[in-house]
Each structure stands twice: as structure tokens, then as C-alpha cells.
Design a protein around this ligand. Structure first.
Ligand code: TRP
Length: 493
């Protein structure tokens, strides 16, 4: 960094770059594997360890899981390649990257509008993501205190929260939701960490965090899964997750699976455009994208294999819904050997996954502020981190003081939704598929074919397969999710 080019010729290239990008030294990943790790960190998050098991449980397991995996590889993977292509080629924030690819393809600059929508969506998602991660932080505190008291009482391997009734354990979540001050403190702490990492920049912030946290995450995930295989009911869990009962795969479940595949791979809101723009090296996006998709899906499935054996061992309900992780599991840990310790590690694992995702979300608007508004990284991350913190406050007040508020109550789709669910559904059901749709149409139909081939590094069979998927299957399938999501009557639900 900061090394000036020596020879006259290099000087020329240097000033061309300055003229083209408006800055002397745009940040970048230190290596391709650093990018892959950060992108896996972005993909692996609450979506994998909280939402995926919840949805698989609610939608009857097997058939949903298999359909989800098909969505990841047929729709998600082509989109991952496309988003990274846009960023890698544009070398700018999401909006600037799309604009540059449009210019080089002779297409209208107005295509960058879907980048603007992505920036807004990422900002909104991080606002409620931080609130949910705050709940996780609270449970880290609860389990941490419990484990500390287990250690102090000389029985570190005891179960979790011993002596507390099931009602008391499950009631904790209600207590938390009824306590705006506590929710606010947790949200503040989590957003603070996110902001701190993003403000430090790509190399010493995001890349460093991913390099430390992702290995930690994998060790915890594999460790707890092995633990569950010994003390839990792995047989039932495998049967539940992988034996398809196709009658349970109705259109609403398919719709959910598609939406979850997009969310889990961090697609549709310019996240991978932004991360991809920090790749400096040569192209070759196929293997890189396959690695990200495999890792993300592998983690979701492992998370299922970590959680369900424990749930089944104590005969609890796999279809408990969003409270599965927060209410069902802490109770299950009560009767498990070393439950206090494993419970603490379990929530730490979710927290770690959430951090590496929330930083990717905050980076999208932050990069936009730097690239389009000319702000410094510090200013930009403070503006958007602070803004998302405020929107998050509205979300958390929706559980108590503003529990009657239905922000989009006039719209039948959102009539029943509190503030957090409204933001979650509006981004997830509308903005995210819309962003994915425009990405597919733009890259599949408008982007210069030579440029695409050169920058993705795809050729032959894989190029034609990818082209078919991105130009035809993705727009059709994602368009279907969008329409059926907006008009659920179509699906008869
Ligand atoms: N993929 C993350 C998860 O599963 C969430 C996430 C991070 C995300 N970055 C994103 C979702 C960008 C959509 C877009 O938890």
C-alpha cells in the first residue's frame, strides 16, 4: 500500500487507474483464499444455523431439504458466479460495478438501479439481523453464567440450567422480548462489533475477522455434531432430514426453499458484488463459486445434523419454529452430559457465524458511501452502521412498546406482521428475489458475452450450462418466487 510506481511507464498506468477509479489504492483481499473464506463467512450465518433447521423442521424435513439443495445448485450457484463476476469486473461498489459492466457492454447505465435497491436491502437486513444476533448474544450470556456456576460448584460437566423448570427456561425468551433495555443493549453491542470490523476495512477488518472466526466456527460445528452423534438420536435426525415425503413439498414449501437458498448464499442484495469487487487476481470464478456453494450447503446440513439429534433425544418437537434454537435447545441441554458447556459453545458458534455475515451486509452500503458519495470508510460505516442501529431499535420495540404496530398493515401480505417481521419479509420476499431476478436478466442477456467469458473463466460445457441456467431458469424460477410470494392466493395458501 502507498508504494508509488517508479518508471515513467508505470506512472502512466498508475495515473490511468487514478483517473478511472478516482482513488489511488482501492482495498483488496490479500489472496484468493482470503476472498473465499470471507465469502463463506458471509454466506454462513443465522440463515444456516437458525433459519435452515427451523424451516426444515416446519416443512417436514426430507423433501424440503432435497429441494433446497437443488435450488442451491441450479439457481443459487449461477447467481453466485454472476454477482462475483459483476464485482470482479467493475472493481467498484455495487452500483458503480454494475454501471461499469453496463458501459463496457453497451447497455444502459440505468441497470445500476438494481444495485441501489441491493444497497438499501442490505442496509435493512443488517438492521434486524443485528437484533436477532442480539438474542444470541443474550443466550451466550445466560449459558456463560450457567457454565461459570457449574465450574464454581465443582461440577463443570453438569447439564445446563439444572433445577429450572421447562417453563422457566422457555420463558426466558419472553422475558427478553418484554425488556426493551436488554434487547437494546444486546443490539448495540452486536452492531458495535460489526461496525468496528467494517470500519477497519477489508484487510485488517473483514479479512482478519474471517480468518480468525471461520476456523473457530468449523471446529465448534464439527465438535458439537460429533457430540450429538454420541449423546443424541442421530438415526432419527438423519431419517428426518433425508427421507423425502414428497407429499409435504407443497408450493408454499418450494417457495420457502427457494427464498432460503437465495438468503443463505447472500444473493440478491449485492453482497457478493461488493465482496467480489475486492478480488484483484485473475478470474476463474467457477471453482471459487462452487466452493462457496458447497461450504454453505454443507454447513446448513451439518447444522441440521447438530441440532436435530439433540431435539429428538429428549423427544421435543422439530417443528417448533423460530424458537427451536432459543427455547427447545436450552431445555434439551439440561439433561445432556456436559450440557452447560455444550450449550455455551452452541450459542457461541451461532454468534460467530452471525458476525461474519453481518459485516458482509454492512459492507454493502459502506462501500456505496465510499464509492458513490466519496466518503471516507469511517464516515460511511458510521452513517450506515448508525442508521441500521436506529432501524433495528424500531424492530426491537416492536416486541414490546410497539407490539401493536403493523407498519404495512394496509397490505394483506403484511397485515399480521410486527415491525421486525415486516422488514424481514419485505426484504426477503420482495427486494431479494427482485435483485436476483435483475442480476440474472442483466448478466444473462445484457452483459457483453466476451467480457463474461473472459472474466468468469468459464468455457465449453460449463459455460453453456451456466448461460442456460442464468438466462432462462433463474429468471423464470426467481420470477415465480416473487409472484407467488406477493400473491400467495396463487398457491392456494
Ligand atoms: N447469508 C447470511 C445468512 O445465511 C445472511 C447474509 C449475509 C445475507 N449477507 C447477505 C443475506 C447478503 C442476503 C444478502 O445468515
Amino acid at each position: 500500500m502507498g508504494r508509488r510506481a517508479g518508471s515513467a511507464q508505470q506512472e502512466g498506468i498508475f495515473s490511468d487507474m487514478v483517473a478511472a477509479t478516482g482513488s489511488t489504492e482501492r482495498e483488496g483481499w490479500s489472496s484468493r483464499s482470503a476472498f473465499i473464506l470471507a465469502a463463506i463467512g458471509a454466506a454462513v450465518g443465522l440463515g444456516n444455523v437458525w433459519r435452515f433447521p427451523t424451516l426444515a423442521g416446519e416443512n417436514g424435513g426430507g423433501a424440503f431439504v432435497l429441494f433446497y439443495v437443488a435450488c442451491v445448485f441450479l439457481l443459487g450457484l449461477p447467481l453466485v458466479i454472476s454477482e462475483i463476476f459483476l464485482g470482479r469486473t467493475g472493481q467498484d461498489d455495487a452500483v458503480g460495478s454494475i454501471r461499469k459492466v453496463a458501459e463496457r457492454s453497451g447497455a444502459s447505465k440505468n441497470w445500476s438501479a438494481f444495485g441501489v435497491m441491493g444497497v438499501v436491502a442490505a442496509f435493512l437486513i443488517v438492521s434486524f439481523y443485528s437484533v436477532v444476533a442480539g438474542w444470541v448474544l443474550y443466550y451466550v450470556g445466560v449459558m456463560g453464567a450457567d457454565f461459570a456456576s457449574a465450574v464454581l460448584s465443582g461440577d463443570p460437566l453438569r447439564g445446563a440450567l439444572v433445577g429450572q423448570s421447562q417453563e422457566a427456561i422457555q420463558g426466558r425468551m419472553g422475558d427478553l422480548f418484554g425488556n426493551p433495555g436488554l434487547l437494546l443493549a444486546m443490539h448495540f453491542a452486536f452492531m458495535g462489533v460489526t461496525l468496528f470490523i467494517v470500519a477497519r476495512g477489508i484487510g485488517s477488518g473483514i479479512e482478519t475477522a474471517a480468518t480468525i472466526l471461520m476456523p473457530m466456527f468449523f471446529v465448534l460445528l464439527v465438535g458439537i455434531t460429533i457430540y450429538g452423534a454420541f449423546v443424541g438420536n442421530m438415526g432419527d435426525a438423519v431419517a428426518f432430514l433425508f427421507t423425502p415425503d414428497w407429499s409435504k413439498l407443497d408450493p408454499p414449501a418450494m417457495n420457502t426453499a427457494l427464498g432460503q437458498a437465495l438468503f443463505s448464499l447472500s444473493l440478491g442484495v449485492a453482497g457478493l458484488i461488493t465482496y467480489g469487487s475486492y478480488i484483484k487476481g485473475p478470474a476463474g470464478l467457477g471453482p471459487t463459486s462452487v466452493t462457496i456453494a458447497f461450504a454453505d450447503t454443507g454447513v446448513a446440513l451439518l447444522a441440521g445434523l447438530m441440532i436435530f439429534p439433540i431435539v429428538f433425544a429428549v423427544g421435543l418437537d422439530p417443528a417448533a419454529g423460530p424458537t427451536l434454537v432459543f427455547q427447545t435447545l436450552p431445555f434439551a441441554f439440561q439433561t445432556m452430559p456436559a450440557g452447560a458447556l455444550i450449550g455455551l459453545l452452541f450459542f457461541l458458534l451461532i454468534l460467530v457465524a452471525a458476525v461474519t455475515s453481518s459485516i458482509s451486509l454492512l459492507e454493502v452500503p459502506t462501500a456505496w458511501g465510499i464509492g458513490e458519495m466519496g466518503w471516507s470508510r469511517l464516515t460511511s460505516s458510521l452513517v450506515f452502521g448508525g442508521g441500521a442501529f436506529l432501524v433495528g431499535i424500531a424492530c426491537l420495540l416492536g416486541y414490546n412498546v410497539w407490539s401493536e404496530v403493523r407498519p404495512l398493515g394496509f397490505w394483506s401480505l403484511f397485515a399480521e406482521k410486527d415491525i421486525l417481521d415486516t422488514v424481514d419479509d419485505f426484504t426477503g420476499k420482495i427486494m431479494l428475489p427482485l435483485g436476483a431476478f435483475f442480476t440474472a436478466v442483466f448478466v444473462g442477456w445484457r452483459a457483453d458475452r466476451k467480457l463474461v467469458q473472459e472474466m468468469t473463466g468459464l468455457s465449453g460445457f460449463w459455460l453453456s450450462t451456466w448461460r442456460f441456467l442464468i438466462a432462462w431458469l433463474c429468471p423464470l424460477a426467481v420470477g415465480t418466487i416473487l409472484i407467488t410470494g406477493l400473491f400467495p392466493q396463487v398457491l392456494g395458501s
